[in-house]
Ligand binder design. Sequence first.
Ligand SMILES: NC(=O)c1ccc[n+]([C@@H]2O[C@H](COP(=O)([O-])OP(=O)(O)OC[C@H]3O[C@@H](n4cnc5c(N)ncnc54)[C@H](OP(=O)(O)O)[C@@H]3O)[C@@H](O)[C@H]2O)c1
Length: 284
Amino acid sequence: MTIIAVTGATGQLGRLVIEQLKTRAPAESLVALVRDPAKAADLGVEVRAADYDEPATLAAALAGVDVLLLISSDAIGQRVAQHRNVIEAAKATGVKRIAYTSILRADDTPIGLGVEHRATEAMIRESGLAYTLLRNGWYLENYAGAIVGALHAGAFVGSADQGRISAAARADYADAAAIVLTSDGHEGQTYELAGDEAFTMAELAAETSRQTGRDLPYNNLPEDAYAEVLKSIGLPPPVAAMLAQSDVGAAQGALFNADRRLSRLIGRPTTPWAAFVAGVLESQ
Ligand SMILES: NC(=O)c1ccc[n+]([C@@H]2O[C@H](COP(=O)([O-])OP(=O)(O)OC[C@H]3O[C@@H](n4cnc5c(N)ncnc54)[C@H](OP(=O)(O)O)[C@@H]3O)[C@@H](O)[C@H]2O)c1
């Protein structure tokens, strides 16, 4: 039996990957690698403690694992060291294949978050392990806050200008990851994964206006001004700066991809963004 393990399994993407894996492989072949096992009791698979900052936990947790999904850490700035710990432990314990959740166009993205993904991809290539790089585009869920914020403020704001954004639902990326982990033919592959239908922020605003019957325009702001808005609603300054810089990257096309590789991989269209808007509005 091929043993498949997933890091970050108590995270939002990780939980969905475990759910998808359970439909594709025997539950007893699945291992959830988590920082805090107390949060993982409901996953329904074997749980092992694995902290990216604690190499000893990683070596123990990866014993007997054949295929590993490394879900990128959320500790921006510490991720290269953390991911290195996982990759080294995977090599030492005899993991046969590693998949990694990277960023769209990791090799040339203007988005600052790409730096750590680029470095991680390089470490994986140099590790000698068989690998698959899942270069995930933006999550649709990233826009839930913008939609709710616009309902309150009366307008969308951002720095994405006319940039087209091929976002997809976390569940779509999770499905793709589960397929890659449980099927052959993905070794050495780098997949640029994104939603089928792209939108601009003005189109997101227009669709939200249409669905609510309100006039909710999109106001494009310079990067600094948008970062100030994000700080004013309580985001820590480094996070506000990172989000504003990412939006400028979106304006430059960094989040656009028309390959439809994700829908081909999962064998169905990706979640339509207008349906995502409807879901957010229904939840209000
Ligand atoms: N494509 C996009 O739009 C987008 C957006 C946001 C983030 N991301 C990236 O994609 C990843 C997955 O997204 P997500 O929505 O699932 O994020 P998330 O819900 O924040 O999950 C991050 C996971 O990383 C785990 N983690 C953090 N530090 C760790 C450590 N030291 N040792 C072990 N595990 C650790 C967390 O553990 P706990 O469960 O214990 O907290 C959590 O399970 C993120 O971490 C980030 O790198 C992508």
